[in-house]
Design a protein around this ligand. Structure first.
Ligand SMILES: NC(=O)c1ccc[n+]([C@@H]2O[C@H](COP(=O)([O-])OP(=O)(O)OC[C@H]3O[C@@H](n4cnc5c(N)ncnc54)[C@H](OP(=O)(O)O)[C@@H]3O)[C@@H](O)[C@H]2O)c1
Length: 295
């Protein structure tokens, strides 16, 4: 069923997963979607799709870590549509690795995409939304904004930071009648997990790492967990659609039972018990003196 009032929507990170599903669903609902991606080949692919949905979708290059790619897209949308009703900040990735192992560059890169990039796109769009006293910012956060898994501390930290940004921004832009919505998915079956592995091998799969056995365990359990409890990205796209179309959107939409219950359960159990269960789930068993330690 088409939406009654078509919205002009900018989405980041549409080459795959949640971004792509959201773009497809929102265009199918009759909205005008500007689907962006950071790689040229992804933009070409998006253009082929956009062409097929005739005038309701457009594709453009946007790397959230490259401000020179952000502003031209925002200006283009204003030139063509006169407004942006909704910004969906979706682009993101997960940098795996123990806190001890991750380099400064890996930390900066994680925050550059998941936090600073998101802020940069938001800052580019906000003056236009404030001028019209109308608009919605939808940020794709994660359940890890509330409950962190071991060996994914940098990713968890980036989503914790996003939660603080969401809360402050929500209050700051309320006087202009703007809404800020957080979507908190649990495990979703997308390219995310494969990219976690890719990042792991690219940066931290060093045989010298004291945590190497846990990385190996994480690899198996990670895939196992996602296979068991992950849901397709269309489920998140439906939450994005609700946040776009509802007259008064909620401040948070949680997707999957993990996102609904894990933070509350963890608060109930307390830190020690939660840590114990997490460590068991992710294979972080006690180090046997003299055998597994490295210094
Ligand atoms: N999958 C999950 O279980 C899960 C759970 C909770 C939250 N999330 C969040 O959901 C969002 C989407 O992830 P996904 O699961 O759909 O994974 P995905 O399929 O890997 O999609 C991530 C998207 O972000 C893009 N991206 C990465 N860095 C970028 C940059 N610098 N500029 C622009 N785009 C960039 C990727 O582009 P490339 O293809 O070029 O890399 C890709 O299009 C992320 O913010 C993630 O943290 C995912």
């Amino acid at each position: 069923m088409p939406a009654r009032q078509p919205r002009v929507i900018l989405i980041t990170g549409c080459s795959s997963g949640i971004g792509r599903s959201s773009a497809e669903l929102l265009a199918a609902r009759g909205h005008i979607v500007y689907a962006t991606a950071r790689r040229r080949e992804s933009v070409e692919e998006l253009r082929a799709w956009a062409y097929a949905v005739e005038g309701r979708a457009f594709a453009d290059l946007l790397d959230v870590t490259q401000p020179q790619t952000i502003h031209p897209v925002v200006e283009r949308i204003f030139a063509e549509q006169g407004r942006i009703d909704v910004l969906v900040n979706n682009a993101g990735y997960g940098q795996p690795g123990a806190i001890e192992d991750l380099t400064r560059e890996q930390w900066l890169a994680q925050f550059d995409t998941n936090v600073f990039g998101l802020v940069e796109v938001t800052r580019a769009v906000l003056p236009h939304m404030r001028a019209r006293r109308s608009g919605r910012i939808i940020n794709i956060s994660s359940v890890v904004a509330h409950i962190v898994t071991p060996l994914m501390g940098a990713y968890g930290a980036s989503k914790h930071a996003l939660d603080a940004i969401n809360t402050a921004l929500r209050m700051e832009v309320a006087p202009w009648n703007l809404n800020v919505v957080t979507i908190e998915p649990g495990p979703i079956r997308t390219a995310f997990q494969a990219n976690v592995d890719k990042n792991r091998f690219a940066g931290i799969a060093s045989e010298e790492s004291a945590y190497r056995q846990y990385y190996r365990a994480l690899e198996h359990r990670w895939v196992e967990q996602f296979d068991k409890s992950g849901v397709p990205p269309e489920r998140v796209a439906q939450a994005v659609r609700r946040a776009v179309e509802t007259r008064r959107p909620r401040t948070r939409y949680r997707v999957t039972w993990v996102a609904h219950w894990a933070p509350a359960l963890s608060a109930l159990l307390g830190d020690r018990l939660t840590d114990y269960l997490m460590r068991r789930t992710f294979g972080l068993v006690k180090v046997r003196p003299g055998r597994d330690t490295q210094c």
